[in-house]
Design a protein around this ligand. Structure first.
Ligand code: RP5
Length: 165
């Protein structure tokens, strides 16, 4: 199955590149679109309604400010929806975080953190959902985790070397 990464504006994209990179690293196919809950509500809903026919299993929705993208998508699908609150000024993401996380009961959105961890974790979370029905993806996730642990161990060894002078 595929992932859809939707964003409210192309101005969000530079901070979402780590999400795309992580999805690619896990060999997950992804449709990446600029679709806004406020500026293009009609095309957004058309996209969401047609998405299952194209094999989209999980939606990742990134938006800043009054971030309604994930909530509107969740209102039009039964597939899992992950929300990335973008850390835009002047409130630096607190506005988007609250808009994304405070959904009414009955319309679930899984909110990621604001800041650089959110886009990467959204990709990994989407992969974990799809890996429930995909053993090869599950193995790729295990390998990703292994590489991550090796990288931390290498950085620890480098730090120990530096501290010894
Ligand atoms: C949101 O408004 C977008 O997700 C973006 O984070 C923010 C600002 O959009 P632009 O004015 O840069 O297009 O809907």
């Amino acid at each position: 199955m595929k992932v859809a990464l939707l964003m409210g504006s192309d101005s969000d994209y530079p901070r979402l590149e780590p999400c795309v990179k992580t999805l690619r690293e896990l060999e997950l196919e992804c449709e990446v679109r600029v679709l806004s809950a406020h500026r293009t509500p009609g095309p957004l809903i058309e996209f969401v309604r047609a998405a299952p026919q194209r094999g989209i299993g999980v939606f990742i929705c990134a938006a800043g400010g009054a971030a309604h993208l994930a909530g509107v998508v969740a209102a039009h699908t039964d597939r899992p929806v992950l929300g990335i609150p973008m850390d835009n000024p002047p409130l630096n993401g607190l506005d988007a975080l609250l808009s994304t996380v405070q959904m009414p009961g009955g319309v679930p959105v899984a909110a990621l953190g604001t800041g650089p961890g959110g886009p990467v974790n959204a990709a990994l979370f989407a992969a974990r959902v799809l890996a429930l029905e995909d053993e090869r993806l599950s193995a790729r996730l295990a390998a990703y985790r292994e590489r991550q642990a090796e990288s931390v161990a290498a950085r620890d060894a480098a730090l120990q070397g530096k501290l010894r002078g």
